[in-house]
Design a binder for this molecule. Structure first.
Ligand SMILES: Cc1ncc(COP(=O)(O)O)c(C=O)c1O
Length: 485
């Protein structure tokens, strides 16, 4: 019988079409993977037999790797993660808080933060960062917002912020850390996108230097680990490391992949030996890529002019956010780039798309990429809306995110209690039992325990209409709500 492998075949089709990928994983189709790692990969898939160290009780090679990772990334203790930053976020929130505790969270958080709120039975207090209308993205929460939240909620156990955000925007983390510590609380940082920050003084300050107590960083996003690889770091005296160790073990598989773990080993080593030099080259090449894209009439590139506004202290330039909205939606531009040019991007949205660059890029393709953008803009830019496959630029972009619904039930109770599914357009006024977000970036629009608002429903419809994807709804456009009737 012929084999029937839809996923495998789909991936083969995808890689045949792809000329250049500006997305995770950061090893860029294997360019950042060592030859011997690739050659030995099937044999590296071993397990905890005699002589192999155990992730859940490391005493040998895994322990050494964790110690080295702490040294390289500036922590006191580090943990290998094989289920992404996601499980590290779960572990640090479980470790920092007890059931029923309040935690202050910047609302631009990733959905994994909300799942941790549910798993740990926490009461979230949100800080809403400002919104950058021109790009339709959030800025960063400010030290003042953190101070106010702490003053209003002195019983909160910890504060969690994202640094950098998906677009490379970094807030005033050092000041936030000082504020949090002044109130005697813990600062947890979702640094999923920040593993590379320590590699150059021309990048935003790295998380360890800013004074976080615990943070995660994905090795697969901006460095050369395989997908799912990440690290959790702890620094200072405030965290109960034994408790954290228990939580890390609880959220990880008992059959961790040694392929993933050795990919972390090789990534940490490569970065320690060659990272700075490689980053210097990337920063020079990215400057040219940015300049090329900025030179195309009708496009705009998110740049360092953001610093000092919207709570932003600095921008990581390796994330290249291109505003396409004066010509076409980001989704349309993504389609053009992919189908005609084999260029695959990290993220697209109603009025922009984002290219993720890493030190493992094939820099020869940057010129090709600028050319592709120029040709697409040249073809459609002057006549948006003429029916030639490029509908009108979306003039009515949202200039703000929908207001959050009131949180009237603990998220854990909303998710785990009795629920019922209702059509999304009939859900206003009900209490959401689901976590709904635009993906990527995965920032929650609707959180469990919050009242669904008309604004929220309209925003979801708008994202779908412009071509984005929503995660968290059921098929048939249904939303799971608390069954309170
Ligand atoms: C801000 C942020 N935090 C956490 C995560 C989860 O990271 P991982 O995919 O490594 O689990 C993501 C994923 O994209 C993210 O964007």
């Amino acid at each position: 019988m012929k084999r029937n492998t839809p996923l495998f075949n789909g991936i083969l089709r995808h890689i045949k079409q792809k000329k250049v990928g500006f997305h995770m994983p950061g090893h860029k189709g294997g360019l950042g993977l060592a030859d011997d790692f690739k050659a030995y990969m099937p044999l590296l898939d071993v397990t905890e037999t005699l002589g192999m160290d155990n992730l859940h009780f490391p005493q040998g090679e895994i322990l050494k790797l964790q110690q080295k990772a702490a040294e390289v990334f500036g922590g006191d203790t580090s943990f290998i993660l094989v289920n992404g930053s996601t499980c590290g976020i779960h572990a640090m929130m479980l470790a920092a808080c007890r059931p029923g505790d309040k935690i202050i969270i910047s609302r631009d958080c990733h959905r994994s933060v909300l799942s941790a709120v549910v798993l740990a039975g926490l009461r979230p207090v949100y800080i809403t960062p400002s919104f950058i209308e021109e790009y339709g993205i959030t800025g960063c929460c400010t030290p003042d917002q953190v101070r106010q939240a702490l003053a209003m909620h002195p019983d909160a156990r910890a504060v969690l912020v994202t640094y950098p955000n998906y677009y490379g925007l970094c807030g005033y983390l050092r000041d936030i850390a000082d504020t949090v510590h002044l109130y005697g609380k813990l600062l947890l940082v979702d640094g999923a996108h920040g593993a590379h920050l320590g590699l150059s003084p021309n990048l935003p300050e790295d998380i360890a230097s800013c004074g976080a107590d615990m943070w995660v960083s994905s090795i697969h996003k901006t460095l050369n680990g395989l997908n799912q690889t990440a690290l959790l770091h702890v620094k200072g005296h405030r965290v109960d490391v034994d408790r954290l160790c228990t939580m890390v073990s609880m959220v990880q598989t008992t059959s961790p992949s040694y392929i993933l773990m050795s990919s972390i080993d090789l990534a940490v080593d490569k970065i320690a030996r060659e990272g700075e030099g490689m980053m210097q080259i990337l920063l020079e090449k990215v400057k040219l890529l940015r300049r090329g894209l900025e030179g195309i009439e009708g496009l705009k590139v998110l740049g360092r002019e953001m610093a000092g506004r919207f709570g932003v202290c600095a921008l990581d330039p390796t994330k290249v956010t291109v505003k396409t909205g004066d010509i076409m939606t980001g989704y349309q531009m993504e389609e053009q780039l992919w189908h005609k040019w084999g260029i695959s991007v990290e993220l697209s949205a109603p009025n922009h798309l984002m290219l993720l660059t890493t030190v493992f890029d094939d820099f020869d393709m940057y010129g090709y990429t600028v050319d592709a953008f120029r040709k697409v803009v040249g073809k459609y830019g002057s006549r948006p809306g003429d029916g030639a496959g490029c509908p009108a630029a979306v003039a009515d972009f949202y200039t703000t995110l929908p207001a959050m619904g009131e949180g009237i039930m603990p998220p854990r109770q909303a998710v785990l209690g009795p629920t019922t599914a209702v059509p999304i357009h009939q859900s206003a006024g009900r209490v959401s039992a689901a976590l709904v977000s635009v993906y990527p970036p995965g920032i929650p629009l609707l959180c469990p325990g919050e009242v669904v608002t008309r604004d929220g429903i309209e925003y979801i419809e708008y994202i779908k209409k412009t071509g984005g994807s929503i995660v968290g709804l059921r098929a048939e456009e249904e939303l799971l709500v608390v069954n309170d009737r």
